[in-house]
Design a protein around this ligand. Structure first.
Ligand SMILES: Cc1cc2nc3c(=O)[nH]c(=O)nc-3n(C[C@H](O)[C@H](O)[C@H](O)COP(=O)(O)OP(=O)(O)OC[C@H]3O[C@@H](n4cnc5c(N)ncnc54)[C@H](O)[C@@H]3O)c2cc1C
Length: 505
């Protein structure tokens, strides 16, 4: 059978053994894992002209990671040169470039290639991709196309009538000079939180339109002293120790606190207390403080950290607007209380499409029996075995499928998901299998366990009502979060039963 496989390649029926869609950190991590396991016949496709994914396009003022960089990096590729505890976005883009160069991924890149659809060909046992650069076939398809890559424009009447400049934080124009301008930011999520203090310093006046306040913790951020960088370079174990500490803190508060809420409710209580104290210290004015205080519980929506966000609202040139937006007019915004707010530049800090049929997946995927994956999920709820494979789509794995991400660093997820996928690919090679499919029973078992565990997370408590969280889908499920510890997810990726898959030659 292996010979038959090789002959098929020679006849040019299959262009590549593996196609990975996406060259952000997920695609890069997957590419590194493939090369390490000796799989060389693969390509990384990306619609954009360069690698780095979110770190290529999110160049808005103040963009940075919101967990410590020691944890937000590959475990096997520490970077002693982070300039700060929480590195700015440009350093993440540079880190992506370095990983691509160091691990020999350049020859595998097919940039400027958008995947428009993927169809499973049962007879030939391969995926047929329609791309902006022409058709492509692959025995195995791995999606690493991220989640937060389609900017969301708010559905506000009149938005198109605005006469000034409109820019989304994820489509920033680096030549945009906001000095002295009258600027408005719509949204107070994680990106807006980083941009607001920087814009406030430049703008003549800044209006911030807030629908739901964000939970903000103090940010233990500072410039990495030169001696620390030297130490990390000369004695790498010291940086590994720092990573162990930052991992433990993130895991305790963001993963255990949220996913194990029923068992350890005090953890969320501790963080809420820290955030409230932070707000009290930074904003003495009771009215402003009340307006910035979330009415929902911590963990229901993505929280963040900042030392400069709250103080920005105390500046004389910043106005916080909490009345709902009625419409955008050519000169600004009218709010539901009848007030008009004039400005000349509108910044949309309104986030991304998340759990929506044209984002998960972002292109039509037709699997076995022509089942459309997006429609299937919409009808039967989002689910994937170990957050990566679905019975309806043989030979396909997702880096970030439903119930993949524990809430720790994205890099943790990339590492355990690529471990899972590599075990499947290696086994397929060993058995000479051309078709690998997760069994419906294994998928159903995993989904049941995710639902059971999800009911115990912080997202499923009354305090989340009205939080308007993108973690929750139309069925009331929370598929963006894998309700297990990161260690458990890692252990499962190494030990899940390969017999949960059906390998056929
Ligand atoms: C501003 C910002 C800050 C963040 N900070 C953190 C943080 O501190 N910690 C954390 O854990 N996470 C953070 N995240 C989450 C972040 O999404 C991940 O950490 C990670 O970088 C995502 O990597 P990815 O490769 O999975 O996706 P992406 O970086 O989105 O890359 C996906 C790639 O797939 C490509 N693609 C998509 N569709 C197609 C198609 N049809 N055809 C071809 N190519 C396609 C895209 O062009 C993109 O380059 C942040 C996200 C944002 C937006």
């Amino acid at each position: 059978m292996t010979n038959c496989l090789i002959r098929r390649y020679r006849r040019g029926v299959i262009d590549h053994e593996v196609v990975v869609v996406g060259a952000g950190f997920s695609g890069i991590g997957m590419g590194i894992a493939l090369r390490r396991h000796g799989l060389r016949d693969f390509v990384l496709l990306d619609a954009r002209a360069d690698v780095g994914g979110v770190w290529l396009v999110n160049t808005y003022p103040g963009v940075a990671v919101d967990i410590p960089s020691a944890s937000y990096s590959f475990s096997f590729e520490p970077n002693p040169d982070w300039s700060r505890v929480f590195a700015p976005g440009a350093e993440l883009k540079a880190y992506a470039d370095r990983c691509v160069a160091k691990y020999g991924l350049r020859p595998h890149l097919r940039l400027g290639t958008r995947v428009e659809r993927a169809d499973w060909d049962e007879d030939a046992r391969l995926w047929r991709l329609t791309t902006s650069s022409g058709p492509l076939t692959a025995r195995f398809l791995i999606t690493a196309n991220g989640v937060l890559h389609q900017p969301k424009r708010p559905d506000i009447p009149g938005l198109d009538t605005f006469a000034g400049r409109v820019v989304h934080t994820a489509e920033w124009d680096d030549s945009l000079d906001l000095t002295g301008r009258r600027v408005a930011v719509i949204g107070t999520g994680a990106s807006a939180l980083q941009a607001v203090p920087r814009i406030a310093r430049r703008a003549g006046h800044l209006h911030v339109f807030q629908r739901t306040p964000i939970w903000v913790a103090p940010k233990p951020d500072f410039r990495m002293p030169a001696w620390a960088r030297t130490l990390f370079r000369r004695v790498p174990v010291t940086q590994r120790l720092v990573r162990a500490v930052t991992n433990a803190v993130v895991e305790l508060f963001l993963v255990t606190g949220v996913t194990q809420y029923r068992r350890f409710p005090f953890l969320v209580g501790v963080i809420e207390g820290v955030c409230r104290r932070h707000l009290r210290r930074q904003v003495p004015e009771p009215e402003l403080r009340a307006a910035l205080t979330p009415s929902y519980g911590f963990g229901c929506k993505r929280p963040s950290m900042s030392n400069s966000y709250f103080p920005a609202f105390r500046r004389p040139n910043v106005t916080l607007v909490t009345s709902g937006i009625a419409r955008v007019t050519p000169s600004g915004v009218e709010t539901v209380d009848g007030a008009s707010h004039a400005f000349d530049t509108l910044v949309l800090g309104t986030g991304f499409k998340v759990i929506e049929p044209d984002n998960l997946p972002p292109y039509p995927v037709r699997g076995a029996d022509g089942v459309d994956l997006g429609e299937h999920w919409a009808r039967h709820r989002y689910q994937a075995y170990e957050g990566t494979s679905v019975p309806q789509a043989p030979n396909l794995w997702m880096l970030m499928g439903p119930y993949a991400f524990t809430g720790y660093s994205w890099f943790g997820m990339i590492e355990y998901q690529s471990t899972h996928i590599l075990r499947c690919l290696t086994e397929a090679r060993r058995r000479g299998a051309t078709r690998v499919q997760i069994s419906p029973e294994a998928n159903a078992r995993f989904f049941r366990s995710m639902l059971r565990r999800s009911s115990r997370t912080a997202l499923n408590r009354p305090a989340c009502a009205g939080s308007n969280s993108y973690y929750v889908d139309a069925a009331g499920d929370t598929p963006l979060l894998r309700p297990t510890s990161t260690l458990q997810a890692l252990r499962r990726s190494r030990r899940f039963d390969l017999d949960d898959y059906r390998f056929s030659a």
